[in-house]
Every structure is written in C-alpha cells, then in structure tokens.
Design a protein around this ligand. Structure first.
Ligand SMILES: NC(=O)c1ccc[n+]([C@@H]2O[C@H](COP(=O)([O-])OP(=O)(O)OC[C@H]3O[C@@H](n4cnc5c(N)ncnc54)[C@H](O)[C@@H]3O)[C@@H](O)[C@H]2O)c1
Length: 302
C-alpha cells in the first residue's frame, strides 16, 4: 500500500498507540490533542513502547505532534479520531475536521460503542466516514473492526481495510452500524452473565474469572465460539441452548449489583476495590501478566 498521510486526533492511551502503528509502517503521522501536556509526552510514550517491543525507535520521528487541529488534518489522506468517549465532542470535532480536511480524505472514529451514524450524521460528505475500532494496546492486539454506516462508500471501506491489513492489523468488516459493533457486544454479553452469577450468589467474582481463564478462555484465541459449535455439533449446541438459555440473564440495562458498586465508590483498581479488592502490587502484577501474555501471543504470530 502506498505511503499515506495519517492524522490521529487524541494522543491518549489509544491515540498514541495508533500513531505508533502507522509510523512503524512508514506512514507519516500528525498527532493532535487539545491537552498540551498529553501532546508533549506523546513521542516519549511511543519511544518507550518501541524500545520495550524491540522495534525501530527511529519510527517515532515520523510522528509530528500538532497543537493546531487544522495543521494536523489539512493534508491528511486519513483522519482517525481517538478522543474521549463523548458523542457531542466527537460530533463537533468531525465538523471542525471536515471544514479543513481535503475533500477526499477518509474519516474514522475509534469509538468503543457509540454508533458511527450518530457521530457522523452532521457531515456534508458522509460517504467517506466510518468506524475503526481498535483494541488496547493498539500495537499488541491485532483486531480492528471497520464499521460502515448506511452512507459509507464501498471504496472507503475497501481502502481502510487495506490500510490496516498493510500495517499488520487484522481488519474485519462490520456491515451494520450497531452499538458496540461485534467485539464489545460479545464481550459485554459475557460480562452481564458474569455479574449476574455473582449477584445471584452462584459463585464469587474470583471464581467467575477462574472458570473462564482455566476453561474455554484457554481455547478462545484459537477456537471461536462458532467454530466450537461446529466442532461439537450444531445438534448438541441446540440441546444445550434449550436447557441453558432460558436461565441466562436478559436484564435490558446494567445490573443492580454493578450500579451499587459504582454508587458506593467501588470503582475497581483506581479505588482499590471493585468486584474484588486490589493492592497496588496486585494491580501491577495483573498489568504485567496481561502485557507479557499479549507480547508472547504477538511473537508467536510473527
Ligand atoms: N481504552 C481502551 O481500551 C479503548 C479501546 C478501544 C476504543 N477506545 C476508544 O478510544 C477513544 C479514546 O480512548 P482512550 O482510552 O485513548 O482515552 P484517553 O482518555 O486516554 O485519551 C483521550 C484523549 O482525548 C483528548 N481530547 C479530549 N478532548 C479533545 C479534543 N477536543 N480534541 C483533541 N483531543 C481531545 C484528551 O486530552 C486525551 O488525551 C474513546 O472513544 C474510547 O472509547 C478505547
């Protein structure tokens, strides 16, 4: 794929990592953030990641931090937004971007769950707008969901899929713009049942995580649920569903157990307690374990 000029808007957790991936694969990247201190540390954060991963540190020089949004997007072929998960903010930002960007530039939002249709509805040219949902950390987790709206052109989808495949990602096409796309719908369907099991006293939170990590979680990276259903047989899957599905939680909103945790200030690791209690050492150990696992998985892919 030809070298492209990429503008990344938002230099936080996701934005700096997305910039890093494009720069590492020879694209020139402009990086904008409205918070000067975040922009000022972005290149150092990318450098630290590259050193840690044993990758070409010189790639960071292809990233140009910009303190002006117009400067960041003016010449871009592709603009990807990774600012806070806030619909009015994203809507306003894309309208500003459209007033400066080239008419043929493609626009993408990295929102986790907000429908792309809602974000892009105010644009004059909605055919060029789509979603690209990356996973954290962007330089270690392969998937990028490429989401089209009813307005998105086939050319924009095709170009974006090729762009991400060429930088080593695993892009997939999500054909309908539904909240949470594919990955987060699946993830949070599982989380709801996890919380229901704890809420209903079936087991404690630690047991939920142990059951998953020591059983089907072991296989998930190599055996998807629908491959698994074919492996065991759709007839067996049907029989299981007849017994189990009527008993699985179908609450249409957040579960009371979760609401209560939040109301009591049990916000997870940042407050030291959520579903479980966390010492700073336990938090650090968990983060290290996840990072080591993802690095190992990536080196096996290579
Ligand atoms: N964290 C994740 O695991 C994850 C995964 C996939 C997608 N996402 C999505 O990616 C987006 C960014 O998430 P994050 O985790 O990187 O958040 P973050 O808080 O780390 O970064 C957001 C950045 O946006 C900047 N910002 C705020 N307003 C801005 C503006 N008007 N213009 C430019 N920059 C602005 C902030 O200064 C901050 O640096 C969100 O939509 C989020 O839902 C997050």
């Amino acid at each position: 794929m030809a070298k492209a000029r990429i503008a990344v808007i938002g230099a936080g957790l996701m934005g700096h990592g997305i910039a890093q991936v494009f720069a590492l694969h020879d694209h020139d990247v402009t990086l904008y953030d409205s918070f000067a201190a975040t922009l000022a540390t972005a290149k150092d954060r990318i450098k630290t990641n590259l050193v840690d991963l044993g990758e070409d540190v010189a790639a960071v020089e292809r990233v140009r931090p910009c303190s002006d949004l117009g400067d960041a997007v003016r010449n871009a072929d592709y603009v990807v937004e990774a600012v806070l998960e806030d619909l009015p903010l994203k809507q306003k930002l894309f309208q500003e971007i459209e007033s400066t960007a080239r008419p043929d530039a493609i626009f993408a939002s990295n929102t986790s769950v907000i429908p792309i249709t809602a974000i892009m509805q105010g644009l004059a040219n909605r055919a060029r707008a789509l979603g690209t949902h990356w996973w954290n950390p962007p330089y270690l987790v392969p998937l990028v969901e490429v989401i089209g709206t009813a307005w998105t052109s086939a050319e924009a989808i095709d170009w974006t899929i090729k762009l991400h495949a060429a930088v080593g990602k695993t892009p997939v096409h999500v054909k309908k713009d539904v909240p949470g796309f594919v990955g987060n719908r699946l993830q949070h369907a599982l989380w709801r049942e996890c919380i229901a099991l704890v809420q209903n006293g079936i087991c404690d939170a630690e047991t939920v995580d142990t059951v998953i990590k020591a059983s089907f979680g072991r296989r998930l990276a190599v055996l998807g649920p629908l491959e698994n259903a074919d492996l065991v047989g759709t007839d067996l899957t049907l029989a299981i569903h007849k017994t189990v599905l009527p008993d699985i939680d179908r609450t249409p909103g957040p579960l009371p157990y979760l609401e209560k945790l939040v109301a009591r200030g049990k916000l997870g690791m940042k407050s030291g307690e959520g579903f479980r209690t966390w010492t700073p050492e336990q938090q650090q150990a968990l983060r290290q374990r996840v990072l080591a696992h993802l690095k190992q998985a990536r080196s096996k892919d290579a």
